[in-house]
Design a protein around this ligand. Structure first.
Ligand SMILES: *[C@@H]1O[C@H](CO)[C@@H](O)[C@H](O)[C@H]1NC(C)=O
Ligand SMILES: *[C@@H]1O[C@H](CO)[C@@H](O)[C@H](O)[C@H]1NC(C)=O
Ligand SMILES: *[C@@H]1O[C@H](CO)[C@@H](O)[C@H](O)[C@H]1NC(C)=O
Length: 361
């Protein structure tokens, strides 16, 4: 079983305008607050000088009123998320802070955004309430982040071959074929008259992973049979964050770079391989914008009778093998193994990096 992942960069950067000013627009996501261990972060960790514009994701549309509302009142309000975020401007007065409405989770599967923009009465109400929202919480603006169907990554594990998720340039094997290419999308916008200084070029900071069909075929366009395993922090099939990929890379994956420099690298690894490639996309928002909190996962292998189940859903670390753990599922003990390079961390019930688990490093 092999896996390949494709990675891209961190932030939304931009095309510089003629004056040499440029916007470096960054998204802040509120849900990594719930990630385990080192994956946990909140507004407190932001550097107010990192970007020229920072966007807080996400507020959502109220299902009944079609008005913009707070999504996670605990993180956004009770813990002071909004307030601390806009407060970054006290340290960097040139910073602009915006609130994003929508995102993948709220807008990609719903007809609500179409219903809103096609109804003038709903729109008029939305606009006045959105303006009040932005002012109430002291944001500088609103990012209307409607990710309508068809908007996401260009390639990923829903396909049966491995490829970069957002190719910047057309590759030789795409010449003369229909293909979505990021640089060509930029050219298209410019050709249609969009001023360059109004184009924001998105660079996704995550990778897509694939499980390879044949362990001898590890390159791009190799046959794939589904998504790679979940990362220890982000907990989503076929997806890894930049920092998860960096850790895998340090743990010895094979990194393959493109000698022509057209494409970013990818990586793969023996048993649970992965590839990551640095690519860029015009679509700046992380594809997994509303990644659910991670769940302990890995691969169910066998059931065992050696233990007895006392509490449904409970986890038990194997005392003799750091990568092995058990869980009570429907009254039975099920044995699991963490993916290669990870060990079970019983403090947070998740497969984790060995250095986070005493005795397993
Ligand atoms: C796996 O790939 C190798 C190298 O391309 C090839 O020789 C072999 O036949 C493939 N195996 C299967 C089962 O397709
Ligand atoms: C994503 O949307 C679903 C359905 O509305 C909701 O139940 C879930 O809490 C959302 N998750 C996040 C992280 O936004
Ligand atoms: C833990 O279990 C895995 C899967 O059976 C095995 O490959 C590995 O060698 C074991 N590690 C130790 C330290 O026994």
């Amino acid at each position: 079983m092999k896996i390949v992942a494709i990675l891209a960069f961190g932030l939304l950067v931009t095309l510089a305008n003629a004056q040499g000013n440029y916007k470096k627009v960054c998204y802040f996501a509120n849900w990594p607050y719930y990630r385990p261990g080192a994956g946990q972060y909140g507004v407190d960790k932001l550097d107010p000088f990192e970007c020229t514009h920072m966007i807080y994701g996400f507020a959502v549309l109220d299902k009944i009123t079609y008005e913009m509302v707070v999504y996670d009142s605990y993180v956004d309000i009770d813990l002071g998320g909004y307030q601390k975020f806009t407060g970054l401007k006290t340290r960097n007065p040139n910073l602009k802070t915006l609130i994003a409405l929508g995102g993948w989770n709220d807008s990609a599967f719903s007809t609500q955004y179409s219903e809103l923009v096609s109804d003038p009465a709903k729109m008029a109400n939305f606009v006045s309430k959105a303006l009040a929202f932005v002012r109430q919480y002291n944001f500088d603006g609103l990012d209307f982040d409607w990710e309508y169907p068809g908007d996401p990554d260009i390639h990923g594990s829903w396909e049966n071959t491995v490829d970069h998720h957002a190719p910047l340039y057309r590759r030789d094997y795409e010449i003369g074929k229909e293909a979505v290419i990021v640089s060509e999308a930029v050219d298209y916008w410019l050709a249609q008259g969009m001023p360059a200084q109004k184009l924001i070029f998105g660079v996704p900071s995550y990778g897509r992973t694939f499980r390879l069909a044949n362990s001898s075929q590890t390159g791009l366009l190799s046959p794939a049979i589904g998504a790679g395993p979940q990362g220890p922090y982000t907990g989503q099939d076929g997806f890894l964050s930049l920092y998860e990929i960096c850790n895998y890379q340090k743990s010895g994956w094979n990194v393959v770079t493109d000698p022509t420099g057209k494409m970013g690298p990818y990586a793969y690894q023996g048993i649970t391989p992965l590839s990551n490639a640095i690519t860029a996309t015009l679509e700046g928002r992380p594809f997994n914008t509303n990644t659910p909190a991670p769940t302990p996962t890995p691969f169910p292998m066998t059931t065992t009778k050696a233990m007895t189940c006392t509490s449904e859903g409970s986890y038990y670390a194997d005392p003799a093998n750091c990568s092995k753990y058990y869980r009570c599922v429907n009254g039975k003990v099920v044995t699991y193994y963490c993916q290669s390079g990870l060990v079970f961390n019983s403090a947070i019930n998740i497969c984790d990096w060995p250095y986070n688990v005493p005795g397993c490093a």
